[in-house]
Design a protein around this ligand. Sequence first.
Ligand SMILES: [Zn+2]
Ligand SMILES: [Zn+2]
Length: 426
Amino acid sequence: MIFDIESLTGECDCGATHSLTTREILIESGATGRLGDIAGRLGLGDGAVVVCDDNTRFCAERISDVMGRSMHASPIVCLPSKDLHADEHAVALLDVMLPPDAGWLVAAGDGTIHDTVRFVAKERGVRFVAYPTAAAVDAYVSATSAMTWHGYKVTVPAVAPIAVIADTDVFSAAPYRLTVSGLGEVVGKYTSLADWKIASLLTGEPYCGRLASLIGEAADAVRSVMPAIQRGDKGGYEQLMYTLLMSGTAMQICGSSRPASGAEHHLSHLWELEVINPRLGALHGEKVGIGELLILERYKNLLASGALTGERVIREYGGLPTRLLRVGFGDHYGNIISENTPDPLSTVDLDALRDAMPDIRAIVESLPAPAQLAGQMSDAGCKTALDEIGLRGSIRDDSLMLSPFVRARLTLQRLSALLLSRDAAQ
Ligand SMILES: [Zn+2]
Ligand SMILES: [Zn+2]
């Protein structure tokens, strides 16, 4: 499948000039065999080291065979997959295991391997090639690492891959649970794109309509091939990988996760903090997919309740609900306060909000119906209910209330603190 990376760079109608570190993205059957050509074309030289874990070691060996003499004398660094997370331990371990004279790196694995490699690649000042072994997350091509430092999830600057080699024969053979997690990640784009557009209307935050439509159209295409993916159709898998990489490319262009992460991701981040729930064994995309359904339902309810009609239904902002945050976030309270200083809601002009209300309404009207999406997801094997990822249903309201504060990012869910329903306004 063609991923035309060149057409995404240069001057854009949004007023920005887009640039990318990533120079090639290849999604095709047998792509592994073309790694040598691409490395040659990009002038990567010798001394390549593949970083994998024990689940993806067979891929690392295949890459090492294909690349032959271009590899380092110690060509493979295999991290233990048990309890492997993108955190300070994984970074320290990779730093010790990686030969000091490694010329360039290949990240062969899932999101954890990629986040760890891109962080260490930045510290070492070496380039790396992304080799995703499953269509599970959209961060393979991003320039930031989602890391957990001492128990607190942060996004840190790292380095984007110089190329992405996605071999359909490899990622379509990944455990199906990883693939359905990728489907959850993709459906999450509906509300992340809506939040991005709404925030740009109110704060003038940079917004690119072209990138947004590319991601939105690609997500629609994935929805239509969900049954094909379940049947194992390789074209369907490629569409899924294409969409994940398009979303990651948009993040790289924008220099932030804004296009790909909104209120639905904030729910996932909240559950990862484990302040109102036990530790979950769920994958990122499983949490995002369920988060998406909760946020879609919430946004459609705002619409139905008349809260998006403007005029009398907007109230003055009373500042951060510090008592709620202290009780809700416990030990993380200090981090939450510094994350929310300055408070993104305090910059919203109420007149601008009133003026933007017809546009906001139209954006929410265009979002998919949650019940229909849940049906499609469920047919494809996705988890769609809180109890399927180990959360009680009663956690829903607290999750919706607290999650907007995990990131200083304006979303419609965050804005809804200013919106009263028609009934409440009377
Ligand atoms: Zn994500
Ligand atoms: Zn643009």
